[in-house]
Design a protein around this ligand. Structure first.
Ligand SMILES: [Zn+2]
Length: 232
């Protein structure tokens, strides 16, 4: 730990690290964002509420146990670059670090006590090749570190490439993604509480498809956690 901090300070001499949001220099101990930006992050606090806007996305569609997001993601938000960099600029570390923060608040909530497995929404192989990593997995890894749950990347599998979702209606999206996932070794999930993780929840179509597959495959409880909630 000491060595890691020492090394971080040392590296900083040569590569000044800057806040991903306001671009001010990061101090030792600050990761991804400066403390000012971190404290101003518009947190949802949905993790303490059973009924919240993210949970409502799934009502009447799939019986998820609990659902929440870490922060609100509005159009024109100064935090927009965080998700953009995570997804398209190789900043996997943003996912891990925000996942760690998210895991801390989940741990503080009774609703997420006893989560056994954290499952990132899988990325198709072709996209994985282009991006180099699955941003949802980066977030899930961070959550596992602070929540104290096990990461699962080998149970929920993406089987088909889905075309872009942007011009589709919600029903079309669900239809489109429903067949894209399958579950293997589902016995591991018997009696377990699973948390499916993605970067952003908007219509929830992808998360809904994943949750439905898992519930169909095993006698388990499924909750959903997204890093950001973008109200549509
Ligand atoms: Zn900042």
């Amino acid at each position: 730990m000491f060595f890691r901090k020492f090394l971080a300070g040392f590296i900083q001499l040569f590569y000044p690290r800057t806040c991903a949001v306001c671009h001010s220099d990061l101090m030792v101990g600050e990761e991804v964002m400066c403390l000012t930006c971190l404290y101003a992050l518009p947190l949802t606090r949905f993790w303490n509420q059973k009924d919240n806007p993210v949970a409502k996305v799934f009502w009447g569609r799939v019986p998820v146990e609990n659902a929440c997001a870490y922060f609100l993601f509005a159009k024109g938000s100064k935090y927009r670059p965080l998700l953009h960099m995570l997804k398209y600029k190789g900043r996997r570390d943003i996912g891990v670090e925000l996942g760690r923060q998210f895991g801390l608040v989940l741990k503080s909530s009774e609703l997420y006590h006893g989560v056994d497995y954290v499952i990132p929404v899988p990325l198709h192989k072709r996209k994985l090749k282009i991006r180099g990593y699955n941003q949802a997995q980066a977030i899930a890894e961070g959550i596992c570190q602070t929540l104290g749950a096990e990461l699962s990347i080998n149970h929920l599998i993406r089987t088909e490439f889905t075309e872009t979702q942007t011009r589709k209606t919600r029903a079309e999206r669900v239809q489109n993604v429903a067949q894209a996932f399958s579950v293997v070794n589902s016995d591991d999930f018997t009696g377990k509480h699973l948390l499916i993780v993605d970067d952003v929840v908007t219509t929830g179509a992808t998360l809904e498809a994943c949750a439905a597959k898992l519930i169909e495959a095993a006698n388990c409880k499924v909750s959903v956690g997204a890093l950001a909630y973008a109200s549509s």
